[in-house]
Ligand binder design. Structure first.
Ligand code: GMT
Length: 379
């Protein structure tokens, strides 16, 4: 018997971060399956989706008011969620990020006097940083414990949440995924030319939101430690709080012709396709969505053995794992990949297979869909 289609309220940060990407891609896939997806956010998620007949956007607005030092966005969000629960007869809510989204959803449910189920997906720093903040820890626990189901994007994040908060709601691991139709290896010779990369030069790439947790200085130091006989450029893609200082440092060291800062780019699959090695040397990383993007384009990774990274990078198979801060081990791993072409080719193939076999969108979306049906049935 065919199951009925669901009406799902989605609350996420409509920004360029990985959680926004996952929330958007998941909504698109669910909409393709015939479910009605209602995004309740402050602005349209970046890869939106107006064109999809099964996706609607409900904007959250809040006026500035002299009495408020901080406009109460979380309350305005709850207000909007409560309206949409009623107006659209939603079957369930899926919130990405526990704080503040789960709290707003719980309040909305109460305001709407509804029995709607709430799924909260934990993405990373909502637990690994906010969970250590005495100003938010109890609220975070409350959000998790009042959710009907909780998912974490890696086993590592699940375990860390349990250790830190001893939640009463069980946590399932559901990994992230990417859009395979967007990320695949391609010829991108024009991008090499645009960036002034010579045919005999190799390419290292780092893509992130340039926050301290990404440990960009480690990337620069590793790059400087690679044997100079390897001609290689290092591409930095993305924007964030550390960018300005890093750029100044690179210029002060006279490295600006070798380390290129490209800012935000729409052509990530092209940039990845010209890259030989991806670097992710974070000190915290619940998952590392960018690893899947790189793998799907055939780029092996050198990455730190922290958080959820070892659940994606299998040391010696699709990349190398290194200890946090061990820049010499990073440089040695890069050198191995740049010197041994059969090792590199083997890892490229394994990287593509990893995405296909373990993180395929079909597999992950089915896990979420099964959960959606379970939670909708609780109502
Ligand atoms: O929590 C953050 O730091 C930002 C967040 C985001 O929106 O990109 O990143 C987290 O969620 C991503 C998507 O699930 C994961 O791929 C990232 O590993 C995770 N970041 C951290 O744990 C630092």
């Amino acid at each position: 018997m065919q199951q009925r289609k669901l009406k799902v309220g989605v609350i996420c940060y409509p920004s360029l971060g990985g959680s926004g990407v996952v929330a958007t891609e998941l909504g698109l896939k669910m909409a393709d399956k015939g479910h009605e997806m209602h995004y309740i956010t402050s602005s349209k998620p970046f890869r939106f989706l107006d064109a999809h007949p099964n996706i609607q956007f409900h904007e959250v607005t809040i006026e500035g008011y002299a009495v408020f030092k901080y406009p109460p966005y979380d309350i305005a969000l709850a207000n909007r969620i409560a309206q949409v629960i009623e107006s659209e007869s939603l079957d369930l809510l899926h919130v990405h990020y526990a704080v503040p989204h789960a709290i707003s959803a719980i309040l909305a449910k109460d305001m709407a006097n509804s029995t709607i189920g709430i799924i909260t997906t934990l993405h990373g720093t909502d637990v690994t940083i906010l969970g250590h903040d005495p100003a938010l820890k109890n609220t975070l626990s409350y959000g998790i414990n009042k959710s009907d189901r909780v998912t974490a994007v890696s086993r590592s994040l699940k375990n860390e949440t349990i250790e830190l908060l001893q939640p009463t709601t069980e946590i399932d691991t559901i990994y992230n995924f990417i859009d395979e139709e967007k990320y695949y290896p391609r010829e991108a010779t024009n991008v090499r030319a645009e960036l002034g990369i010579a045919p005999d030069e190799r390419v290292l790439i780092h893509i992130s939101n340039f926050r301290k947790v990404k440990r960009i200085p480690d990337i620069i130091e590793s790059y400087r430690s690679i044997d100079k006989k390897h001609k290689a450029k290092l591409l930095f893609v993305g924007e964030g709080p550390e960018l300005f200082d890093l750029q100044a440092y690179v210029e002060a060291e006279g490295l600006q012709n070798d380390i290129l800062f490209l800012g935000m780019r729409d052509d990530l699959p092209d940039l990845l396709s010209i890259s030989d090695v991806m670097l992710l040397l974070s000190e915290k990383e619940a998952f590392g969505l960018v690893l899947l993007e790189g793998f799907a384009c055939g780029v092996p990774a050198v990455a730190t053995a922290i958080g959820g990274i070892p659940e994606i990078v299998d040391d010696g198979r699709n990349g190398f794992l290194v200890e946090l801060g061990d820049v010499q081990a990073v440089a040695d791993s890069i050198t191995r990949l740049l010197t041994d072409s059969s090792l590199h080719q083997g890892m490229k193939t394994q990287a593509i297979d990893t995405v296909r076999e373990e993180f395929s969108s079909d597999r992950i979306v089915s896990q979420y869909e099964a959960l959606y049906y379970e939670v909708a049935a609780m109502k």
